[in-house]
Design a protein around this ligand. Structure first.
Ligand code: UDP
Ligand code: MN
Length: 307
């Protein structure tokens, strides 16, 4: 049997060669029947992940064999520390359960990081960062810190990374179906809109500029990820473009989110996650959303953000 035995050393990326264990039984797949209320592939043939388009049993058994490990980054600066407990506790219940996960918390209040019991193989790592007077600055610095974390700590230790907003919590499974080279999440607020309504940066002087008629989807800055090297390239590019803009006194409309959207226009994500992967608690659930997996909690901006 060809390809029965694979030399792991030759298969460089955990994203390649999807090998299922022997003896796995599951319902027969079909290319004729399935969900018809949503689109589950982009025009460049990246899957769009929706409930009902994947079988978690197949995916988990493929990735268990690979013994992958996943890093998650979350920033909890200033009063946003109040969101951390819920984020971490629900991540334990729903985020890559049964896999090796390292959660990196960046905060200016390390003493206030809650004690959360982590399952075996899962770890919480706290990194101190300075506090900030402007919330835009906190958001902007994320890309730089992610870039540095990858270079200094994660290289050679971790396969995938996801970067997530702290003012959110998990409600159901977020797992191996989300793995891919470059992974973007569709923003829940704009997926039914015409692209001309997307809040992209519209000033040509910014490096985040997207012209009318450009852009595939509006992706959210609150969740993205993928293979380590892909996310490194993204973080490095967005950080540099943000800094170069700043030197010319320009700040993109939605800071890193604008730069992320500009990046994804040129560098197409190899997997796209539906708005199930970042809903908002204040939004009634639309009929095509069968499962809310992760969603932003309702917050009082005036209360939590520095002024
Ligand atoms: N953040 C933080 N402290 C702040 C502002 C922002 O730690 O004072 C971090 C936090 O992780 C937050 C993310 O930056 O989830 C993005 O900001 P925010 O959630 O306020 O943006 P929104 O989701 O409302 O667009
Ligand atoms: Mn948020």
């Amino acid at each position: 049997m060809l390809c029965r035995f694979v030399d792991e050393n030759l298969i460089g990326s955990p994203d390649l060669h999807l090998m299922a264990p022997d003896g796995l039984k599951y319902p027969q797949p079909s290319i004729m029947y399935g969900r018809t209320d949503i689109v589950s592939v982009t025009p460049w043939l990246a899957p769009v992940v929706w409930e009902g388009t994947f079988n978690p049993v197949i995916l988990d058994s493929i990735y268990q064999k690979k013994n992958i490990s996943i890093a998650a980054t979350v920033f909890a600066v200033g009063k946003y520390i109040m969101f951390l407990k819920n984020f971490l506790e629900t991540a334990e219940q729903h985020f890559f359960v049964g896999f090796r996960v390292n959660v990196y918390v960046f905060t200016d209040r390390p003493k206030e990081v809650p004690e959360v019991k982590m399952a075996a193989g899962r770890e919480l790592i706290v990194r101190s960062v300075p506090s900030s007077k402007r919330w835009q600055e906190i958001s902007a610095r994320r890309m730089e810190l992610i870039q540095t974390l990858i270079e200094e700590t994660l290289l050679n230790n971790v396969d995938y990374i996801f970067c997530l907003d702290v003012d959110s919590k998990f409600h159901s499974r977020w797992g191996t179906e989300s793995l891919g080279g470059l992974v973007a999440v569709i923003h829940p607020g704009y997926y039914q809109d015409n692209r001309d309504k997307f809040p992209y940066e519209r000033r040509p002087s910014s490096r985040a500029y997207l012209a009318p008629g450009e852009g595939d989807f509006y992706y959210c800055g609150g969740a993205f990820g993928g293979l380590l090297m892909e996310v490194h390239q993204l973080a490095k590019t967005c950080h540099k473009n943000f800094e170069d803009d700043a030197k010319e006194n320009i700040e993109a409309a939605w800071q890193e989110e604008s730069h992320l959207n500009r990046y994804m226009w040129t560098n197409k994500p190899s997997k796209v996650l539906s708005p199930e992967y970042l809903w908002q608690d204040f939004k009634p659930r639309n009929p095509e959303i069968h499962t809310v997996r992760f969603s932003g909690v309702i917050k009082n901006y005036a209360e939590v953000r520095p002024h």
